[in-house]
Design a protein around this ligand. Structure first.
Ligand code: TXA
Ligand code: MG
Length: 329
C-alpha cells in the first residue's frame, strides 16, 4: 500500500506531465501520461530512445481495453482474462487515444495491465493510460529494483516509487493480435506453453533474437562487459580459456566451476534465473568484469525468455568506452 501522500504525489506528477518510475512484476517502468504528447516525448529524451520504438500503455484493468484498441478480437479478451494483471502485452489496432508519440506512428498499440499492487493503485487513481518503457537508458539492462532506477536515471525522473525487487525479473511477453494468428514478438514473463494452453494451439514466435544481425540487436539488454554464452557442459573449459586470455571473467552459473575467480549463482530453475538475471549482470559490471560467461538455462518455461535476453546481450555491439581508472599498465 502507498501512503495517501505518495499516491497523491504520483498521480499529480503524472497529471502535470512529469515522469514517475513505477514498479511492475516484470521490471521497473518509466511512466508518463500516455495522452500527454510532451510527457511521452520526455520519456524518449530521457531514455535516449529512437522515436520509432513504440511504448507499452499500462492500464488499470481490462475494461479500459476498448478505449485504446478498436476491432478487438475475441482472442484478446480470452488472453486478458487469463493473464491480466500480468506479464503479457497485447498488440492491437489503436484508437485515436493512442497517439503517434506512443505508437511510433504505427496503427497499432501495445497494452498491458501490470501485476503490482502499488502501480495498480496509481493506475486506478490516475484513471488514464500510462506509457512506460523499462526505466533504463536505451540499450542497457532493465532495472529490477528502485535502486537500479536511481543509479541509472538519477536526476532525470521526478519520482521513483519503490515496490521492492520485481517478482518476474524480465519484461512482458508481447503478443501481436493484429495478424491472421497470434504471434509472439518478444518472449517474456508469460511462458509460451502457458499461452498455448490457453489458446489451444501452437503459437508462432516472431522474435528476431535468434538472428545475429548487427545493428538490429546491437547492444540491447547489454551490460558493459562482453557476454559469452555456453551450454553447461562446456563451461569449465571455457572459464580456463578466457581467464588465460587475460580476461577478468565473471561466471554466472548454477554452481561454481573449478578455477573460476569471480562467480555468482544463476539458478538452474528458469523462473529463478529470470528473477535474478539482470541483477547478476549489473553485479558483474560493478565488479569490473571484462567478460561475463553465462551458462544457459534450459529452453523451457521462462528459460526461453532468459535465453532470448542473453542472446541479445551477447550479440555484436559497438565498443563502449572502458570505465575510467582501470588502465592496463
Ligand atoms: O514488462 C514490460 O513490458 C516492461 C514494463 C515496464 O511494463 N516494459 C517494457 O517496455 O519492456 P520497453 O519499451 O522496454 O519495451 C517495449 C517493447 C518494445 O520492444 C516495442 O518495440 C514493443 O514493446 N512495442 C510497443 N508497441 C508496439 C507495437 N504497437 N507493435 C509492436 N511492438 C510494440
Ligand atoms: Mg526496454
Amino acid at each position: 500500500m502507498l501512503t495517501k501522500e505518495t499516491l497523491h504525489r504520483a498521480v499529480e506528477t503524472l497529471r502535470r506531465g512529469d515522469l514517475v518510475a513505477l514498479p511492475t512484476e516484470t521490471v521497473y517502468g518509466l511512466g508518463a501520461d500516455a495522452e500527454n504528447e510532451l510527457a511521452v516525448r520526455h520519456i524518449f529524451a530521457v531514455k535516449g530512445r529512437p522515436a520509432d520504438h513504440p511504448l507499452i500503455v499500462h492500464l488499470a484493468d481490462a475494461e479500459a481495453l476498448d478505449a485504446w484498441a478498436r476491432d478487438v478480437p475475441p482472442v484478446a479478451r480470452t488472453l486478458a482474462a487469463a493473464f491480466w494483471p500480468g506479464p503479457l502485452s497485447l498488440v492491437l489496432r489503436r484508437t485515436a487515444r493512442a497517439t503517434d508519440a506512443v505508437t511510433g506512428g504505427q496503427d497499432t498499440v501495445a497494452l498491458r495491465v501490470p501485476d503490482h499492487p502499488l502501480t495498480l493503485e496509481v493506475l486506478h487513481a490516475f484513471g488514464g493510460g500510462v506509457a512506460a518503457p523499462s526505466a533504463n537508458r536505451f540499450g542497457r539492462i532493465s532495472p529490477t529494483t528502485a535502486e537500479h532506477v536511481r543509479e541509472e536515471l538519477d536526476g532525470d525522473v521526478d519520482l521513483v516509487l519503490d515496490g521492492g525487487p520485481c517478482r518476474v525479473g524480465l519484461e512482458s511477453t508481447i503478443v501481436d493480435l493484429t495478424g491472421e494468428r497470434p504471434a509472439v514478438l518478444r518472449p517474456g514473463g508469460v511462458p509460451l506453453d502457458a499461452l498455448e494452453r490457453v489458446l489451444g494451439h501452437p503459437v508462432e514466435v516472431r522474435s528476431k533474437s535468434a538472428v545475429r544481425v548487427s545493428g538490429t540487436l546491437a547492444s540491447h539488454y547489454a551490460p558493459r562487459a562482453g557476454v559469452v554464452l555456453t551450454e553447461p557442459m562446456a563451461l569449465e573449459s571455457r572459464v580456463h580459456a578466457e581467464q588465460s586470455q587475460g580476461h577478468r571473467v565473471a561466471v554466472l552459473s548454477p554452481t561454481r566451476p573449478p578455477g573460476a575467480v569471480f562467480w555468482r549463482e544463476l539458478p538452474a530453475e528458469p523462473a529463478d534465473a529470470a528473477r535474478v538475471l539482470y541483477s547478476r549482470l549489473r553485479e558483474a559490471d560493478a565488479e569490473g568484469a571484462t567478460l561475463i560467461l553465462v551458462s544457459l538455462p534450459r529452453p523451457e518455461g521462462l528459460g526461453l525468455a532468459v535465453r532470448d535476453r542473453l542472446h541479445r546481450a551477447a550479440a555484436p555491439r559497438p565498443p563502449l568506452p572502458s570505465p575510467p581508472g582501470r588502465g592496463k599498465g
